[in-house]
Write a protein that binds this ligand. Structure first.
Ligand SMILES: Cc1cc2nc3c(=O)[nH]c(=O)nc-3n(C[C@H](O)[C@H](O)[C@H](O)COP(=O)(O)OP(=O)(O)OC[C@H]3O[C@@H](n4cnc5c(N)ncnc54)[C@H](O)[C@@H]3O)c2cc1C
Length: 396
């Protein structure tokens, strides 16, 4: 499907990028009857294994289908467990893994109901007579009332990194049957050998294998992937697990700023990846409809920008970023103690910290609660971390 790009055609919306954020906006525009064109180098289903909370999957389902029931957009894990030196804990909140093929196919179907796609790469966006003009690498230009920039995030200086393997063998000691393992801060530790803090993440996949990932939550500079691979392979060797497929390599910028320019950035391009955990998919998939509704109601670029990344959202991101900076200063033991305490807070308190859509007051309240709940040594390292985080960083 290609856009018929007559030079005089003016689109309501041009979307650059077909990741979850861009495709969700483009599909929502098409279903509302807006003239929309999506520009992307390709339209292949996303390759990443996308995890989200089960209640977020419910919200995504309602947002994309307009109802709570329909094709399963993801696989659900009724239990989510975390493990620290203090022990294993069931968080009492279900987890989910997005069915990329189903969601991607659904959004493409919605888009094809009225929208168009162009295979290409956007190289520039500039203002143009009451709207915006997009230039593609092959010289094509498209004009629109609004350009949505969903080209993903910049590199950032702090990143989450993970090395993942799909494994066969008995994993129940690591990932309890039917559960998702959100964080295990014990499995990858080697007593007496100080290493960068890393946790094991894991979940069963549809083909009967299990995805295990050695994950560095946040580090500046990022932890080299071979280090995480070696730690995971050591654990797999000890547990008698074998690799079943290609590895998954994860690198998520955590502090990339929002893309500048005439377009309205969404998703990772808008700096909306959670600054401490790297999650963004659920929020992006839910936001498409709100952006399309605003355009339909006549909102201009400034209004849509404020909707996506307004003052309240920026304040929340600032607090979450402060939390990340504190974590960056903690060693393995301190990180373990931090999460051992964090997940003892009441569910709504830790959940508020994990959601970039939370009000800043709720995030601040959680941060204070963790500080109060930590043992004295943990509180001291947290206070030192805050002092470090608010000190201006030396320029290199
Ligand atoms: C391996 C991996 C695993 C992840 N796992 C999770 C997870 O479990 N849960 C979660 O919430 N988040 C996860 N993330 C983080 C984040 O949510 C994803 O990066 C997510 O894909 C971001 O969505 P996006 O649409 O904003 O950007 P992207 O997915 O980065 O999409 C950007 C799109 O823009 C296209 N593009 C780039 N340049 C141009 C151009 N010039 N013109 C046109 N198109 C262009 C790209 O081809 C790409 O398709 C993961 C990230 C990675 C890398």
């Amino acid at each position: 499907m290609t856009a018929t790009t007559s030079p005089r055609q003016r689109w309501d919306v041009v979307v650059a990028g077909a990741g979850p954020a861009g495709l969700a906006v483009a599909a929502a525009c098409a279903t509302r009857g807006l003239r929309v064109v999506l520009v992307a180098p390709h339209l292949r289903p996303w390759q990443q294994t996308y995890g989200l909370w089960a209640d977020e999957l419910d919200a995504v389902t309602t947002a994309l289908l307009g109802r709570a029931a329909g094709p399963a957009l993801g696989h659900r894990y009724p239990a989510t467990v975390v493990r620290s030196a203090a022990g294993r804990r069931d968080l009492g909140r279900g987890y989910a893994r997005l069915h990329n093929d189903v969601v991607h196919g659904l959004l493409l179907d919605q888009l094809s109901g009225g929208g168009r796609t162009v295979t290409g790469s956007v190289t520039g966006v500039r203002p143009d007579a009451g709207g915006q003009r997009v230039t593609l690498a092959d010289g094509t230009t498209l004009t629109a009332g609004l350009v949505v920039d969903a080209r993903g995030g910049g590199p950032g200086s702090a990143q989450q990194r993970a090395w993942g393997e799909r494994v066969t063998g008995d994993v129940t000691d690591l990932v309890p049957a039917g559960s998702a393992l959100l964080m295990d801060w014990v499995a990858l530790r080697e007593p007496g050998t100080p290493q960068a803090p890393a946790f094991l993440y894991g979940m069963g996949l549809d083909d009967g294998t299990t995805l295990l990932e050695a994950t560095s939550l946040a580090a500046r500079p990022p932890v080299p992937l071979p280090q995480l691979r070696d730690r995971l392979h050591r654990l797999m060797h000890e547990a008698g697990l074998r690799t079943a497929a290609e590895p998954e390599r994860v690198a998520i910028p955590l502090d990339a700023s929002a893309r500048r320019g005439a377009g309205v950035p969404v998703g990772a391009a808008a700096g909306l990846v959670h600054p401490a955990t790297g999650y963004s998919v659920a929020a992006s998939l839910r936001t498409g409809g709100a952006v399309a509704d605003a355009v339909l109601a006549g909102a201009d670029a400034a209004a849509v920008r404020a909707l996506v990344r307004g003052a309240r959202r920026r304040a929340t991101l600032g607090l979450l970023g402060l939390g990340r900076e504190v974590l960056l200063g903690l060693d393995e033991e301190q990180t373990d103690a931090f999460f051992g305490t964090f997940f003892t807070l009441p569910g709504p308190a830790w959940a508020a910290y994990l959601d970039t859509g939370s009000p800043p007051s709720a995030v601040a309240a959680t941060m204070l609660r963790v500080a109060r709940a930590l043992p004295p040594a943990g509180r001291r390292s947290l206070a030192a971390g805050v002092a470090r985080a608010v000190r201006p960083r030396a320029r290199t």
